[in-house]
Design a protein around this ligand. Structure first.
Ligand SMILES: Cc1cc2nc3c(=O)[nH]c(=O)nc-3n(C[C@H](O)[C@H](O)[C@H](O)COP(=O)(O)O)c2cc1C
Ligand SMILES: [Fe+2]
Ligand SMILES: [Fe+2]
Length: 406
């Protein structure tokens, strides 16, 4: 099956989209059974073509073949490298070895060094300043520095005549969606979870920079018609784009606009599972959405999904055990990622269990001290639930319901 798709999105703007369906762990870290795409864009003008980003190295050969069907490589005047992470930059290495390739490479001033250190090639490079414009015939490009979305050297490029903004990782998503999304319902019901998951996994650590970039875009008042990221779908039309910008702001701010409870639990021999069953029975309400992520001897949910769901949750509950005089190791790892990627002021309840000494609770409190999370309640259970524990659990569940309803 073809792994590179070529589609004209707007007049003379073509996307070359690589489908990576076999990847298991994005960045060797994030479980993505839904797959991912790498999108490179070509803008054809009368004076020559402009290439925006490339694709992951393992697809270079097919990508270059597809590119040759879209443009004559000799006609590529510029390659804009908007981000140096190899999922977007590494096919520049292949291109640079071809005799027909004569393009000048444009990017953030920091990009020159990264081309050397990550790709090890010499290219004709020209740094672009924030706000700098470049004209090619009737085409005007405006470069917008967007540091830390997702690396320090990230830039966006605005194509004036198309009112199109090329954004690389920002506004990207996992999955293999349609090439273009203009349907708000589809965006809100089907696509949003892949966007949110990608957002938290990849740029969740840089949420302050997301807000800076959104404010910068708002001040530029670009009147966008197309937003074209390098993963997932492009967004067409003002309504869709405004919704995407709104979603990004709300995730960056860690807002919770719904009655969503996220529960994470681990259970080695079923003691915590018993607590979960009781707790779920106590909080069952039709208007409340509960997402449960579990780590047991039969099942392991995806950490990538947990992080994606937690960012817009109203309340988080963590149920885990004491292990070797500390907290269960998977929980420690999950907490580390939670703090790095989704550190928000959300209320968090912890229920820890133990055999002889509740070291889990002490360790979790230590970890959370450095976070923004509000430790709203704690329950410590000596393995089997007692009547007194059940009463405390019932009180905790009432508190959680009150939080969810407000
Ligand atoms: C491998 C292992 C290590 C444990 N280490 C500790 C420990 O260091 N301190 C302690 O108080 N309990 C320890 N426990 C007891 C568990 O924390 C306790 O029984 C808990 O309720 C188990 O819940 P779960 O089976 O749902 O994971 C350990 C249990 C196991 C299986
Ligand atoms: Fe990236
Ligand atoms: Fe990327």
């Amino acid at each position: 099956m073809e792994r590179v798709e070529v589609r004209e999105l707007l007049k003379d703007l073509v996307v070359l989209r690589v489908l990576d369906k076999n990847i298991r762990y994005f960045e060797s870290l994030w479980e993505i059974p839904e797959g991912v795409t790498y999108n490179s864009y070509v803008l054809r003008t009368r004076e020559g073509s402009i290439l925006f980003d490339t694709v992951k190295h393992s697809f270079s050969e097919e990508y270059v073949d597809a590119l040759k069907r879209v443009v004559d490589l000799r006609d590529i005047k510029y390659v804009v490298i908007q981000h140096m992470e190899p999922d977007h930059s590494s096919s520049l290495k292949t291109l640079s070895t071809l005799s027909e390739f004569r393009a000048e490479v444009l990017g953030h001033p920091l990009t020159a060094k990264l081309i050397k250190s990550l790709l090890g090639v010499d290219v004709k490079f020209r740094p672009v300043k924030d706000g700098e414009e470049l004209r090619l015939g009737d085409t005007v490009l405006k470069f917008i520095h967007a540091p830390w979305l997702h690396w320090p050297e990230t830039i966006f490029t605005y194509v004036e005549e198309l009112r199109a903004l090329m954004t690389c990782d920002a506004f990207g998503a996992y999955s293999i969606p349609p090439h273009v999304i203009s349907d708000l319902t589809y965006l809100r019901t089907q696509y949003v979870r892949f966007m949110r998951k990608y957002f938290v996994n990849i740029i969740g650590h840089y949420r302050d920079n997301v807000i800076k970039a959104l404010n910068k875009l708002a001040a530029l008042n670009l009147g966008l018609e197309l937003v074209a990221p390098s993963h997932g779908a492009a967004f067409l039309g003002t309504n869709t784009i405004n919704e995407v910008l709104k979603l990004y702001r709300s995730w960056a701010e860690g807002r919770s606009e719904n009655k969503k409870l996220v529960i994470l639990y681990t259970s080695m021999y079923g003691y915590n599972e018993e607590i979960i069953e009781k707790l779920l029975g106590m909080i069952k309400r039709d208007d409340i959405r509960v997402e449960v992520f579990k780590f047991t001897s039969e099942h392991r949910d995806n950490i990538s999904d947990f992080l994606g769901e937690v960012i817009d949750a109203r309340v988080i509950v963590l149920v885990t055990s004491t292990y070797d005089n500390s907290v269960f190791p998977i929980t420690k790892y999950l907490l580390e990622l939670l703090l790095a990627k989704s550190n928000t002021e959300k209320p968090l309840y912890i229920i820890t269990t133990y055999g002889w000494n509740d070291a889990a609770s002490r360790e979790i409190r230590n970890i959370l001290e450095k976070s923004k999370f509000k430790l709203s309640g704690e329950l410590s259970v000596n393995s089997l639930l007692t009547e007194a524990d059940l009463q405390k659990l019932s009180n905790v569940s009432k508190e959680i319901l009150t939080l969810l309803e407000h």
